[in-house]
Unconditional design. Structure first.
Length: 111
């Protein structure tokens, strides 16, 4: 990661590999062994563990929506100690693409 950030300011990835899975798909109590459960998690979420393992700062933003109205996360990562950069960039993105008013069809505020 360090070498990557000598040439680039920010890494942009999806937050997850797929739209939100159905409830229970990522259930830790599933009938899987440790390897099977880990594979299932990585099938849905293979981008965030890189940042966790390297200690690289990152932020996930709900910049898009699926056709079903669910948020689609975009992850930004920066070099070590660049949290301020990521927060400033996130504020600019929120200003350009506000997400505060977006709600999926089923949401607690819709009751």
């Amino acid at each position: 990661m360090g070498r990557f950030f000598t040439e680039y300011d920010v890494l942009l990835t999806p937050t997850t590999n797929t739209p939100a899975p159905a409830l229970g798909v990522l259930d830790a109590d599933a009938d899987l062994d440790a390897e099977g459960w880990t594979r299932r998690i990585f099938d849905h979420c293979s981008f965030t563990p890189l940042l966790n393992a390297t200690g690289t700062p990152g932020i996930s933003l709900p910049l898009a929506q699926s056709t079903g109205g669910l948020p689609i996360g975009i992850q930004l990562a920066g070099p070590m100690c660049s949290e301020d950069l990521l927060l400033r960039l996130s504020a600019q993105l929120e200003n350009a693409l506000p997400w505060a008013g977006r709600r999926p069809p089923i949401h607690a505020a819709n009751r």
